[in-house]
Each structure stands twice: as C-alpha cells, then as structure tokens.
Design a protein around this ligand. Structure first.
Ligand SMILES: Cc1cc2nc3c(=O)[nH]c(=O)nc-3n(C[C@H](O)[C@H](O)[C@H](O)COP(=O)(O)OP(=O)(O)OC[C@H]3O[C@@H](n4cnc5c(N)ncnc54)[C@H](O)[C@@H]3O)c2cc1C
Length: 461
C-alpha cells in the first residue's frame, strides 16, 4: 500500500510502493539487491526540504532518518564523520559542545549530511572561501546501485569525489560522510541599504571584493547589502539576537505574507498592505544599520524548520548569474516582476534574496565553476500555489534567456534545455558518468530521466 511522502512546502507528493527506514549499511545493500521486493527507481530521501521532485519515486524511497549518528569528531584533523541521515543542525550542536563548527554554517538546519554531500547548496555569509557545503566534503562512502560498497576521498580519488559531489543519489545511497570543521567563530553582520536605481557596477564590485560574505535583500527598489566580518569578541547578547533573527526569518516574515494572501481578497487593498509590510522590512534594515549591525556565533545562522507551522512556511527558487551581469539582471528582474504583477496580479510577498558565491571547482555541478556568481532568489509564502508555480515557470524563462544557472533541488520546474545550457559540457560528463555507474537505471526517477542528456552511445542507437 503506497504511503504519501510530502516535501517541506507541500508542493510535491510522492507515493512509493516501498518506504523503508534502514538502520545499517547491510539494510541498504539488501534493498538495492532485491528489485522484486524493492522496485525501481530507488531514491534516498533526507528530510525532503528540496523544492523539486529529486527524491521522489513511485518504486522505493529510502528514508535515512534512522542512520543519524555522529561517528567521530577529530579536532586535531579538523573533521567530523557522521552517518548520512543526521540533520545539519544536530551535527552542528554536537560540534558546538567541542567549541567547533562547520566551515559553512548553512541556514537550512534540516538538510541531512547525505544530501549536503551530493546535492547543490548555497551559503553566502560563511562563503569566505567556498559557499557550497560539499566543497568541504573530504571523504564519502556509499552503496552502489547493485548493492556493493564504494568510497571516495580527497587523498585517494579526488576525481571520483568531484563526480560524487554532483551525483544527487544517482550513483547510489550515501551512508557515511566526513566534512572539514574549524573552531567556532563569532561574526558581525552589517546592513547597507542602497536604492537600486542609484547603484553602479563599480559599487557592487567593490562590495563583492571587500566582503568576507555577502547577501543582498531587495525590498521594493531598495537593495540591502548584508555583509559579514569575523570578530574576536563574542557579544553577550549574541544568543538573544540570533534567536530574534531566526524567529523573524523562520516565522514572522512568511506568516505576515500568508495572512495577507489568505484574508485580504481585494487586490488593491492587498497590494497596499503588502507595500506597508515591505516598508516595515526597509525600516527594520535601516534600524539594524543605525545600531551598527548584530554579532552572533556563526552556527547561530542555522535554523531548525522542523516545527514551522504551515502558515509560516515559505518557498523560493534560485538561479545563479555571473557577477558582472548581476546588476543588470536585477534591474531587469524588478521590471519583469512588475510586469508579471500587472498581467497576473501575483507578486512575491517576501524580500528578494541574492547570494554571492566565490569561484569553486570542487563539484562537477558547481554553479560557480567558471566564475563568481551572484544569484537572484525570489522568495514567497504561497497560499495560491498555482499562481506561485506560474510565476516560477515565467521566472525560469527569464533566467534561462539571461544565461542563469539553476540548482536541481532548489529551482522548481527546471528542464533539460536549462541544465544543458547552464552546465554545458559538464552536464554531458555527469550524464555519461551516471549511465556508467547505473546502466540499468536502478536509481533513475522520471525527474532525472527527463533532465539527463543522452550519452553519445544512446544518441547513436
Ligand atoms: C525553508 C527552506 C530553506 C532552505 N534554505 C537553504 C539554504 O539556506 N541553503 C541551501 O543550500 N538550501 C536551502 N534549502 C534547500 C535544501 O537545503 C536542499 O534542498 C537540501 O537538498 C535538502 O536536504 P534534504 O536532506 O531534505 O534532502 P532531500 O530533499 O530529502 O533530498 C535531496 C536530494 O538528495 C538525495 N539524497 C538525500 N539523501 C541522500 C543519501 N543519503 N544518499 C544519496 N542521495 C541522497 C535525494 O535523492 C535528492 O535527490 C532550503 C529549503 C527550504 C525548504
């Protein structure tokens, strides 16, 4: 009897014939070796915070939640080794007991380390060096599609590790990961509001060149640059400020958006109230600037979304753009969003995000492989799902036409033509590698079957 598996924002429901919770590596091997009992496609699933059907299967879904132990924290070597089903926030809490932290303290606390090892991620505030979590994966172990054991590491097989980092579970189920860590750090966040119409490329370049980490939040036509700097002193109010920041982001912003969309049906009144909320956001950023910003511990950036009520949930999309083109794409985007609103009545009800991510060639699917990127991330707390999904499709076309790069777990409705254009030769490299690793398609769900390119051999036959 199929069980429904629903992702975080409720936009995706899978009905696997088998939903299994392995407790050991041997359990995973037994599943992969028995296609009669555990039908294909077999997909590993973490906490299903993805916004695309990347983990969905109507065959077998392997929920990794019961393989969630930290196996070793080696402060001297600067590494943590854990089972793949542990959530980032729980691993981070264990590190904290030793005054340690991940290199990138990503905002999404519920991402499992298995997913972090082989999927797309982004974090701009700790991106001093790299903003993609799996760039700090030093070794990984997995069960192959035929049930055998495999591993890759920086020392022994960097080429294989590069492929595994972009594999999305298509080469098998990751069961153990080792990530680089470091001593815990305090960071100071500052906020610089600037009218988009006055911004120049030189100013944006300067911000990117001088920031350790940089996010831009755009509210109306004001861009607020959030910059991070490492500080020695841990402000005594840091914990409180971090809790306030988490509450604001995890709950209040999305909740207000939901409330408006649910209860104010007159479009003009709703737009006016929405503008009022945006002005409140601008005021908040202005106040933060006035007080000189906030100081928190880096791991405090991570948010636990597991108890977020439906009425306070938000969703988003992410496309990366070369940094040199970001300002012109941002301006085009604001016009596109206005036009979309005029035609359909839909507008995103949360600030637009943008993440600055440095050049990084660790993964075959790194979206900053060739150059630094700054992203455009529309964020929305949806009540009318079809209206949001219609916007997402239009935004994909907008981004595709401007040479954007989508993420396979965070850019809904991505298509093969998008990824072929975005990742170029590397997309074919990944597609060919997946075909070699899994010639019978044991792990291949319809989502990836529609995205992966045909290999040279398949194209000829
Ligand atoms: C509210 C919210 C905030 C978010 N914020 C951020 C953010 O700040 N930064 C960011 O980068 N992302 C963010 N995300 C996106 C999210 O982190 C990613 O989609 C991530 O992949 C989810 O992790 P998961 O464990 O839920 O993976 P799932 O969604 O369960 O799976 C993702 C993919 O990984 C594969 N997979 C999972 N486990 C394994 C395994 N053990 N072996 C092999 N393959 C596996 C699945 O098959 C699937 O293809 C956010 C999402 C939400 C909903």
């Amino acid at each position: 009897m199929p069980t429904a598996v629903v992702n975080y924002d409720g936009s995706i429901t899978a009905s696997p014939a088998q939903l299994v919770f392995p407790e050991s590596v041997a359990d995973i091997q037994a599943i992969l070796r028995d296609p009669a009992r555990y039908p294909s496609p077999v997909r590993a699933v973490g906490s299903y915070h993805s916004l695309t059907p990347c983990a969905s299967s109507d065959g077998t879904m392997i929920n990794m939640a019961r393989m969630n132990r930290v196996l070793n924290i080696d402060a001297a070597a600067g590494t943590i080794t854990a089972q793949a089903g542990i959530q980032f926030i729980n691993a981070s809490r264990e590190l904290r007991k030793h005054d340690l932290q991940f290199m990138t303290n990503i905002e999404i606390g519920n991402m499992t380390l298995g997913s972090a090892a082989c999927c797309h991620t982004k974090d701009a505030l700790d991106g001093i060096e790299f903003g993609q979590v799996n760039s700090y994966l030093t070794s990984v172990k997995w069960v192959t599609p035929t049930g055998d054991l495999a591993e890759a590491s920086e020392e022994t097989s960097p080429g294989l590790l590069r492929m595994l980092r972009g594999s999305y579970g298509l080469a098998g189920v990751v069961y153990e990961v080792t990530f680089r860590i470091k001593p815990i750090e305090a960071i100071h966040l500052t906020y610089l509001p600037r009218p988009v119409d006055e911004l120049t490329q030189e100013e944006v370049d300067q911000l990117m060149d001088t920031s350790e980490g940089l996010i831009c939040w755009t509210v109306g036509r004001t861009a607020v640059f959030q910059q991070r700097t490492r500080v020695e002193d841990r402000n005594i109010f840091g914990g409180l400020l971090a809790a306030f920041r988490r509450r604001l982001w995890n709950h209040s912003g999305a909740y207000a958006g939901h409330l408006l969309e649910s209860f104010v049906h007159n479009p003009e009144a709703r737009d006016n109230l929405q503008q009022g909320l945006f002005q409140l956001d601008e005021f908040m950023y202005g106040t933060l600037r006035l007080f000189g910003g906030i100081t928190i511990l880096a791991p405090d950036k991570t948010i636990d979304y597991s108890k977020t009520k439906t009425s306070a949930k938000y969703a988003f999309t992410f496309w990366a753009f070369p940094r040199a083109r970001w300002l012109s794409v941002l301006r085009d985007y604001l016009d596109f969003a206005d036009q979309h609103h005029k035609v359909t009545g839909f507008r995103c009800n949360m600030p637009l995000g943008a993440y600055h991510i440095r050049r990084d060639t660790h993964s075959v699917l790194s979206y900053s492989h060739d150059e630094e990127i700054f992203s455009i991330d529309p964020i929305h707390a949806p009540v009318d799902l079809p209206a949001w999904q219609n916007f997402l499709r239009a935004f994909n076309e907008f981004s595709f036409q401007r040479g954007g790069i989508p993420l396979l777990n965070q850019s809904p409705f991505v298509e093969r033509r998008h990824v072929e254009a975005a990742y170029g030769q590397r997309w074919h490299e990944l597609s060919d590698w997946v075909a070699q690793q899994d010639p019978t398609g044991r792990m291949l769900n319809p989502y990836f079957a529609a995205l992966l390119s045909k290999s040279a051999a398949q194209a000829q036959s």
